[in-house]
Design a protein around this ligand. Structure first.
Ligand code: XMP
Length: 526
């Protein structure tokens, strides 16, 4: 796949003074550690476990956290840090596998435990050592390990024990600590306090970072990188691209041009809302391209979901490319890539520079249209992007918009997509969103939408027999879209949605509610 990067983006562009690096050794909880650190108001990034000591020095973090990981430290090929990292004198907190790495690398010994320890456990604190300051002597924790430390390196001492781990936590010189349990998970209720003690007491962090303080940093960074160059940004109607564009606009004003390709597959009123907010209210240069006909033409006769996606992607590239060329010499492309995208595409094992995930919308542009990427949100989590959006004054409905798939309503009109069927779906979808908002559920659920099924059913309206479309309603709860459960929405809300759709949407005489979870179903029907 073609990437659009001409120069690799500076990776330290948004690192605040008080920052901490989490070295990722493959734990499923690594991202969660980064989140918890930021919740303690300390800026934090997740980096590959093998990051070089030079790179760490360049970033000048106040502390390092070694994550857990699935391997055993004595496995051949088990991931480990650059040994020179230990010579930097930066405080280190090792969690689980990270703890064993510390112990072993610094001269201690780790062995398989005779009794493995998984799940809830109780840990007794023997010495607070700054790490357990103001915490009870007995902590309820979450354990998940099969190895134990049998000998500590010289100068280290155990500071807590559990039934199966004589050394459930240790302390050593230069602010080095190891803990056998997972402080980052909710099952360790006081875990965030242990982490906070490490950040504040051991690393000396001030704890003043908030997503809004990121704005100043990001604006200065964009100015420095872009200079007097011109920036292009594709708006999708979603929160990420809107926040990215607003930040870039704050930094470089009219040097930014946004292109909004209306593919005719958005929900009711969404296209107008983008133009209204970005152009009329915020005075951002905006090129609004109504490409509805091109997309509908490309989708004519197509029923296969993946073929729909391919054609939509290709059509987008064609339209966007045409606009980009007509705008003349533009050197930079701003994208709303957010942190989870970056983490997914990071090459953890090599510790090398990051692979940039090519945005499906702009992948494959020709040579002469290659841009230097500007990705101001690349270290933010979704909720932080929302906080930044609010701090920038974007309207609530835009900031809190539920996730919406790139191919839009095309994958919610099951079967062939036509202008008429899109209109039917749009009207039904409007009712779903309206009622979900009215009942106060909109922000509590992950997504709520309508699907136009290819099924017709018999009904009776007044004295007449009808034979019309069946609409499905899908409302799901989810943390991240990877797994999901159908939302147990009150019957009266579902009742109103059904009644309104049948009464207000011509051509629909039946509404069903989707009660499937993911897996085995997916959130979208196509
Ligand atoms: P599924 O249907 O796979 O969806 O359970 C998981 C999440 O991803 C969204 N989704 C997409 N987003 N392009 C996108 O940008 C797509 O082709 C696409 N397909 C699904 C979906 O809305 C849900 O939030």
């Amino acid at each position: 796949m073609t990437t659009l990067v001409r120069d690799a983006p500076a990776r330290d562009n948004q690192v605040a003074q008080d920052s901490v690096l989490v070295l990722d050794f493959g734990s499923q909880y690594s991202q969660l550690i980064a989140r918890r650190v930021r919740e303690a108001k300390v800026y934090c990034e997740l980096v590959p476990g093998g990051i070089s000591a030079d790179e760490v020095r360049r970033r000048a973090p106040r502390g390092l956290i070694f994550s857990g990981g699935p391997a055993s430290v004595y496995d051949a090929g088990a991931p480990r840090p650059d040994p020179a990292v230990y010579e930097l004198g930066i405080p280190i907190l090792g969690i689980c596998y990270g703890m064993q790495l510390l112990a072993r690398d610094l001269g201690g010994e780790v062995q398989p435990a005779t009794r493995r320890e998984y799940g809830h456990a109780s840990v007794n604190v023997d010495d607070d050592a700054g790490l357990f300051e103001r915490l009870p002597r007995e902590l309820s924790v979450w354990m998940s390990h099969g190895d134990i430390i049998t000998r500590l390196p010289d100068g280290f001492r155990p500071i807590a024990h559990s039934l199966n781990s004589p050394c459930a936590a240790f302390a050593g010189p230069s602010g080095r600590f190891g803990i056998q349990f997972h402080v980052e998970v909710a099952h360790t209720p006081l875990g965030k306090d242990v982490l906070r003690n490490f950040l504040m007491n051991v690393c000396g962090c001030a704890g003043t970072w908030v997503p809004a303080s990121f704005i100043e940093m990001a604006v200065a960074d964009i100015r420095m990188r872009v200079g007097d160059g011109r920036v292009l940004c594709a708006l999708s109607g979603g929160v990420d691209s809107a926040v990215a564009a607003t930040l870039v606009h704050r930094a470089v004003g009219d040097q930014l041009t946004c292109v909004f390709v209306d593919n005719g597959l958005l929900r009711r009123g969404e296209g107008d809302r983008v133009v209204d907010v970005m152009s009329r209210q915020r005075h951002i240069n905006l090129v609004h391209v109504d490409a509805t006909n091109q997309f509908l033409e490309a989708l004519r006769g197509v029923v296969d979901p993946e073929e729909k996606r391919r054609r939509i992607g290709r059509t987008f590239i064609r339209v966007f490319e045409e606009q980009a060329r007509s705008l003349g010499d533009i050197g930079f492309l701003a994208q709303g890539t957010v942190y989870p995208d970056v983490i997914e595409s990071t090459s953890h094992d090599t510790g090398s520079a990051q692979t940039i995930k090519t945005h499906h919308n702009v992948g494959g542009l020709p040579e002469d249209l290659r841009f230097t990427l500007v990705e101001p949100l690349r270290y933010l989590f979704k909720d932080e992007v929302r906080a930044v959006g609010s701090a920038l004054g974007l309207p609530e409905d835009m900031v809190w918009r539920q996730p919406f798939p790139g191919p839009g309503l095309a994958i919610r009109v099951i079967g062939e997509v036509t202008a008429e069927r899109l209109e039917t779906l749009r009207a039904a979808d409007w009712v779903v969103i309206d009622e979900v908002k009215r009942s106060g559920l909109y922000r509590k659920v992950w997504q709520s939408f309508a699907i136009l099924t290819p099924v017709s059913s018999v009904g009776v309206m007044g004295d007449f027999r009808t034979y019309a479309n069946v609409v499905a309603v899908r409302i799901v709860e989810s943390e991240d879209g990877m797994t999901a459960d159908w939302a147990k929405v009150p019957y009266d809300v579902l009742g109103v949605i059904s009644r309104r759709i049948v009464n207000e949407v011509a051509g629909v005489n039946r509404v069903v509610y989707d009660i499937s979870s993911k897996p085995p179903s997916t959130i979208e029907w196509e």
